[in-house]
Design a protein around this ligand. Structure first.
Ligand SMILES: Nc1ncnc2c1ncn2[C@@H]1O[C@H](COP(=O)(O)OP(=O)(O)OP(=O)(O)O)[C@@H](O)[C@H]1O
Ligand code: SF4
Ligand SMILES: [Mg+2]
Length: 306
């Protein structure tokens, strides 16, 4: 298997007042080239911290305590900031939730595209590829004059033209309505078909099942289940994954079940399995000892039931 990115024993956290709290615990993940990989979980489980660690964009109080981020055989965590700049936006790009953040409000779209793309010809062909029709008008526009979906298309056009092999998309369609969202997700599939690798962060499991090849489920900074998407959706193992899927509307399922309780803040330390206060299958052992991620029927899961 040809992996573009390997995360090894990654531990990341935040200094909050006089204490340190972990937001990512011992993450081990490999990402195969040319696939769309989903990372899913409720709000606050550490999805953005994970993406921002890869991009070296953690807030000031964020600290990488240990681990390796191996991109094409290089450990990104060992690079100086000036060397890392050769990667961000060039070999690894971000499609953010709010595209406005990635565009400079003071420049026209054409001037911003000229910074990453040399020729006008290439710009036009990239915009055609992301199915922008009124190209002349879009090029003359400032970001605030474009709709959210249009801005997202411009950002995807930038990643198309850069040499980025890895694209990190952090909830790229959350701010968009369903039909625009689907067309943006289809553009991500086009990028994959061009050989790019995409890590798609989402809390929407219907997006995961429709667009992603592999699924990783996170809970409070831990990976609790990971496998190929079919396996996870046909036979979820972890009670949290099972609960997330029961909250998903399907043709057969009219009544949706909510997961009881709420995800706790990272400042609250939970002994044993972190999901135990919310789990319907909790056993005595779960309150005391934390289960490790284990290989189980082509799936990886961390739960004492397996
Ligand atoms: N700068 C910070 N200081 C302290 N805690 C932080 C900081 N940034 C994030 N956190 C905490 O780290 C945890 C993970 O946050 P993260 O933003 O990665 O969640 P998420 O999974 O992306 O959620 P969402 O779906 O809402 O975007 C949360 O508990 C959050 O409060
Ligand atoms: S380890 Fe126990 S509490 Fe945690 S998910 Fe499994 S059964 Fe539930
Ligand atoms: Mg987030």
């Amino acid at each position: 298997m040809d992996n573009i990115l390997e995360i090894k024993n990654l531990n990341v956290g935040f200094n909050i007042e006089d204490n340190f709290y972990y937001a990512l615990n011992n993450i081990n993940l490999s990402f195969e080239k040319g696939k769309i990989h989903a990372i899913a979980g409720e709000s606050g489980c550490g999805k953005s911290v994970f993406i921002n660690t890869i991009l070296k964009l953690l807030p000031k109080n964020g600290v990488v305590k240990s681990g390796e981020i191996i991109f094409n055989n290089k450990n990104l965590l060992q690079l100086q900031d000036k060397d890392y700049r050769k990667y961000r936006g060039k070999k690894i790009s971000l499609i953010p939730q709010d595209p406005f953040m990635s565009l400079n409000p003071l420049y026209t779209i054409e001037n911003q595209l000229l910074e990453v793309i040399n020729s006008k010809e290439q710009i036009i062909s990239a915009l055609e590829e992301v199915r922008i029709k009124n190209i002349d008008t879009v090029l003359k526009s400032y970001p605030h004059e474009l709709s959210g979906g249009m801005k997202q298309r411009v950002i995807i056009a930038m990643s198309l033209c850069s040499n980025s092999e890895l694209i990190l998309a952090d909830e790229p369609t959350t701010a968009l309505d369903v039909s625009v969202s689907n067309s943006i997700l289809n553009l991500l599939v086009d990028l994959k078909n061009k050989g790019k690798t995409i890590i798609l962060i989402t809390h929407d499991l219907s997006i995961v099942s429709n667009y992603c090849d592999t699924t990783t489920i996170m809970y409070l900074g831990d990976i609790i289940e990971k496998a190929d998407t079919k396996t996870v959706f046909q036979k979820p193992l972890h009670p949290y994954t099972v609960a997330l899927l029961k909250a998903l509307p399907t043709k057969e399922r009219k009544k949706l079940e909510n997961i009881k309780g709420q995800i706790s803040p990272i400042t609250q330390i939970i002994k044993g399995c972190k999901f135990h206060p919310r789990c319907n299958c909790v056993m005595d052992k779960c309150r005391i000892e934390k289960p490790e991620l284990k290989d189980c029927y082509n799936d990886f899961v961390s739960c004492w039931l397996y």
